[in-house]
Design a protein around this ligand. Structure first.
Ligand code: ARG
Ligand code: GLU
Length: 720
C-alpha cells in the first residue's frame, strides 16, 4: 500500500469514528458518495431528512440523477418529461444563438407553446453522472519513489488513458478521471451524455439579467436568473443525436418544486458541479495572488472597462457591440476585488501563516515527518518567488497584450492561415476560413476602443514588465515613433491591413501570393509574432517547469496536512465534479452597523425600476401582475420572494445548481455569491460567505403568472 493509500485509509476510518472537525458546518463541498457518518449526522441535525442512498446511489435512482452538468454550470431535472431548469446566464449562449433582430428573444423572452416549438441546439450536450469511484491505486500502480516528476506525470497520463478506454461503457457515455486533493487521490467519473437538448423558455433579459453588471456579485439582488430546457432522447429513452423523431427524456429521478415558505435558519443543500477552489493554498501563494497578481489584473481591466464604457455611453450601437465583452471583462474584475478585500478583511494570509506555524511545530515533533516535510514550506516559498516574474509576464501577455483585439485577430489569422503567415504562400481556402472568423470579429469591433486600449495596454506592459521580456518588435516600433505611444497607435490603426474588414478584404482579393507578403510585413502581425515568439523562447518552458514543481510541492503539502491531522475531516478542493454543500438560510453583516436580511421580494424590483438605465427596466408584464397582486400560490405574505442568501460553500460552476430543502425539494437555483464572500475560494468565513439563489416561487410566478405558460408548471410536481 503506498503512502497516500495509507493516509486515506486512515483518514476514512478515523474520520468516521471521531466527531472532531476541522471545518464549520457550512464550509465544504463534499463528495456525495462518500459522506462520513459524522458529516451525515451533522446534516440531519441541521434539517436533512433524506437517507445517504436517497442522495447518492449507483444503479437505483437517487437525487444525483436529477443533477445535470450544463455547459460551464449545472441544471436540475424538474419533470418526468426531462424538463430542465438552469440559470439564464448559463443558457445565454443558446438563447442568444436563436435570437435575431426579428425574433429578439434576449429583449422579449421566448416561450415554446408546445413540444414542437422547442428549439434544438446542435453541438450542445449535457451530462448526468452515472457513477464515481476511487481509482487511486490503479492510477498509482506504476509510480515509484525514484521517478522524476516528469516520469510520474507521464505514467499517470498513460494510466488515465488506459482506464478511460477500458471503463467507458457502450452507448453514449464519457469517462473522466479527475485528481482530488492536489493529485493524492484519483476518481473515475462516468457520465451519460445527452446531445439533444432544446430551449423551452427564457424570460426577457430585463428579468433574467435584471441588475446586470451593476448588481452582479452583490446582495440585495433581484435577478430572475433562470431559463428552461428539455432533454430529448430516442424512443428507447437512450441518448441520441438530434432528430425530429426524438421524444422527451424520462429521467430516473426529477425534483419536486417547492412553493412553501422559507424561513431564516432553514436547512439548504446545494447539489452541483463547483469549479476550482484552493483552500489548501499556502500563505506564500495567497500573498502573491492578493498582493501582486490580482491587483495587476484588476488595474489592467479597470483601464479597459473605462475605455469601453466611455464609448458605449455615447453610442448605442457600440453599447450593443460591446455588451457581452464588457460583461465578460467585468465579471472576474469585480470578483477579484471582492477576493482581495475579503482576504484582507478576514486576515486570510495571517490565518494561513498561523496554520503554517502549527504545521511546522507538528512535523518537528516527528523524525520521519521532519525528514519528509521539513523543507516543504520553504521550498514552496522559493518556488513562488522564482515563478513570480514569469507568472506576471504570462498575466500581462493574457490580460494586456492579448486584450488588444487586433493582436487577437492576428492570432486568428495565424491559426486559420498556417501557410499564409510564412509570407510565401496563402491558399484560397485558408483565406476563406479566415474571412469566416473575421466577419464576426468586425461585426462587434470598435477601432476607437481598440486603439485606446492598445495605447493603454502597451504602456502598462512596458512599465511593468522587465526589459528582457519586452518583445523586440514592441521596443523597435515604439522607438521608431520616438517613444510616443499615440504616434505608434496612429500607425497601427491607420496603416495595418487588419484595421478594417474593407482593408483586409482589399488586400486578400488581390493576388493571394502578394497578400501573404503584405500581411507578413504588417506592424500588427510583426508585433503578434514577436510577442508570441518571446513567450515561446523565454517563458513557456521555464514556467511549465516551475508549475510542475509547484504541483508536486502542493501535492506533498496536501498529503502532509492530511497525515498530521488525520483525525480531522477534510474535503477536496472544487474540481468540477459533483459535490454537496449544505448550510442554512441566513443574511450577514457586510459592514459596521449594516445587517442584511436573507430575502428580497417584488417590492425591491419595483424600487430599482428605472426606465433610463438599461439594466433596471422592469418589463410591463411584470409590473401589471404586480399591480394586480395576482400572486396565487407563489405568494409569501402579500408579496413574492425573489432571491435568498444562505451559507452554502459554492464557487463558479455552481451556477444553476439546485438548492434543495431537507426533503430534496427544489427551493431555487444557485446563481451567484455575495461580493464580501468571494474569498471563500481560499478562506471560508462563516460570517461573510453566502451563496445567492433565485427562489423557485419567483421562477414559477414568472412562468405561470407573468407569461401564462401553464403547460410547464403543470408538468412539474409542485409541493407545499
Ligand atoms: N457572477 C455570476 C457568475 O460568476 C454571474 C455572471 C453573469 N452575470 C453578469 N452580469 N455578468 O457567473
Ligand atoms: N455565477 C457563477 C457561475 O457562473 C456562480 C457564482 C459563483 O462564482 O459563486 O458559476
Amino acid at each position: 500500500m503506498n503512502i497516500f493509500k495509507q493516509i486515506f485509509a486512515f483518514v476514512l476510518t478515523v474520520s468516521a469514528a471521531l466527531t472532531c472537525t476541522s471545518v464549520k458546518a457550512e464550509e465544504g463541498m463534499w463528495l456525495p458518495g462518500t459522506l462520513t457518518q459524522t458529516r451525515y449526522d451533522q446534516m440531519r441535525e441541521a434539517g436533512l431528512s433524506l437517507t445517504p442512498e436517497e442522495i447518492y446511489a449507483v444503479g437505483t435512482s437517487s437525487l444525483k440523477d436529477a443533477v445535470v452538468m450544463f455547459g460551464g454550470g449545472t441544471a436540475v431535472v424538474v419533470s418526468s418529461q426531462g424538463l430542465l431548469l438552469t440559470n439564464y446566464h448559463c443558457g445565454y449562449p443558446q438563447i442568444q444563438a436563436h435570437s435575431t433582430v426579428k425574433n429578439d428573444y434576449l429583449t422579449n423572452g421566448f416561450w415554446a407553446n408546445s413540444l414542437e416549438e422547442e428549439l434544438p441546439n446542435p453541438g450542445f450536450s449535457v451530462s448526468v453522472l452515472a457513477s464515481m469511484e476511487d481509482i487511486t491505486s490503479s492510477i498509482m500502480q506504476n509510480i515509484t519513489p525514484t521517478m522524476t516528476e516528469q516520469q510520474r506525470g507521464d505514467s499517470i497520463k498513460q494510466a488515465i488513458a488506459r482506464i478511460q478506454k477500458a471503463r467507458t461503457p457502450e452507448g453514449s457515455y464519457r469517462a473522466d478521471v479527475r485528481p482530488l486533493y492536489a493529485g493524492n487521490q484519483y476518481y473515475l467519473y462516468v457520465y451519460e451524455v445527452f446531445s439533444d437538448v432544446r430551449l423551452v423558455g427564457a424570460p426577457p433579459s430585463a428579468i433574467g439579467k435584471f441588475g446586470g453588471d451593476e448588481d452582479n456579485w452583490t446582495w440585495p439582488r433581484h435577478t430572475g436568473d433562470f431559463s428552461v430546457f428539455r432533454i430529448y432522447v430516442g424512443k428507447d429513452n437512450k441518448p441520441a443525436p438530434y432528430s425530429p423523431d426524438n421524444v422527451p427524456y424520462q429521467p430516473k429521478k426529477y425534483a419536486p418544486v417547492s412553493v412553501a415558505s422559507i424561513r431564516k435558519g432553514d436547512f439548504t443543500m446545494v447539489y452541483g458541479f463547483p469549479g476550482t477552489t484552493d483552500e489548501f493554498v499556502s500563505s506564500y501563494k495567497l500573498d502573491y495572488l492578493i498582493g501582486r497578481n490580482y491587483p495587476a489584473r484588476v488595474e489592467l481591466r479597470t483601464q479597459r472597462l473605462r475605455i469601453m464604457d466611455s464609448y458605449m455611453r455615447n453610442d448605442p450601437s457600440v453599447r450593443i457591440q460591446y455588451a457581452s465583452k464588457y460583461a465578460g471583462v467585468s465579471n472576474a474584475w469585480k470578483k477579484w476585488q471582492g477576493v482581495i478585500r475579503g482576504i484582507k478583511r478576514a486576515d486570510g494570509i495571517s490565518q494561513k501563516r498561523t496554520y503554517e506555524v502549527y504545521f511546522t511545530k507538528r512535523i518537528q515533533s516527528d523524525a520521519q515527518q521532519t525528514k519528509d516535510y521539513g523543507n516543504l514550506l520553504d521550498n514552496i516559498r522559493k518556488n513562488i518567488e522564482a515563478s513570480a516574474t514569469l507568472d506576471m509576464v504570462t498575466t500581462y501577455y493574457n490580460e494586456a497584450a492579448m486584450s488588444v483585439e487586433l493582436l487577437k485577430l492576428a492570432g486568428i489569422f495565424k491559426a486559420t492561415c498556417p501557410t499564409g503567415v510564412s509570407g510565401k504562400d496563402l491558399k484560397p481556402e485558408e483565406a476563406a476560413r479566415f474571412f469566416a472568423s473575421a466577419g464576426s470579429f468586425y461585426k462587434d469591433y470598435s477601432a476607437s476602443i481598440d486603439r485606446e486600449t492598445f495605447t493603454a495596454m502597451m504602456k502598462a506592459y512596458q512599465n511593468n514588465i522587465p526589459a528582457e521580456y519586452q518583445p523586440t518588435e514592441m521596443t523597435e516600433q515604439l522607438k521608431k515613433h520616438k517613444g510616443l505611444f499615440d504616434k505608434w497607435a496612429d500607425e497601427v490603426y491607420e496603416k495595418s491591413v487588419f484595421r478594417s474588414f474593407e482593408s483586409i478584404e482589399a488586400v486578400l482579393s488581390k493576388s493571394v501570393k502578394k497578400a501573404a507578403k503584405t500581411i507578413a510585413e504588417d506592424p500588427v502581425m510583426l508585433l503578434y509574432e514577436s510577442i508570441t515568439e518571446m513567450i515561446a523562447a523565454k517563458v513557456t518552458e521555464p514556467h511549465r517547469r516551475l508549475t510542475q514543481q509547484y504541483d508536486s510541492l502542493a501535492r506533498t503539502y496536501t498529503a502532509a496536512r492530511l497525515q498530521i491531522d488525520a483525525g480531522k475531516i477534510f474535503y477536496p478542493d472544487g474540481n468540477r465534479t459533483l459535490r454537496i454543500a449544505f448550510g442554512r438560510v441566513e443574511g450577514y453583516s457586510p459592514a459596521d452597523a449594516v445587517e442584511y436580511l436573507p430575502f428580497t421580494s417584488l417590492e425591491g424590483i419595483m424600487e430599482k425600476d428605472n426606465p433610463n438605465v438599461y439594466e433596471f427596466r422592469v418589463p410591463q408584464a411584470l409590473k401589471t401582475v404586480y399591480e394586480n397582486k395576482d400572486f396565487g400560490r407563489y405568494a409569501d405574505g402579500n408579496t413574492v420572494r425573489v432571491c435568498f442568501t444562505a451559507s452554502n460553500h459554492t464557487t463558479s460552476g455552481n451556477s444553476g445548481s439546485p438548492v434543495f430543502n431537507g426533503k430534496g425539494e427544489l427551493l431555487g437555483l444557485n446563481f451567484d455569491r455575495n461580493w464580501e464572500g468571494t474569498m471563500n475560494d481560499f478562506v471560508y468565513d462563516p460570517d461573510q460567505c453566502r451563496n445567492i439563489t433565485v427562489d423557485s416561487r419567483y421562477m414559477l410566478f414568472v412562468i405561470d403568472k407573468v407569461y401564462g405558460i401553464k403547460r410547464l408548471v403543470d408538468e412539474m410536481t409542485v409541493v407545499k
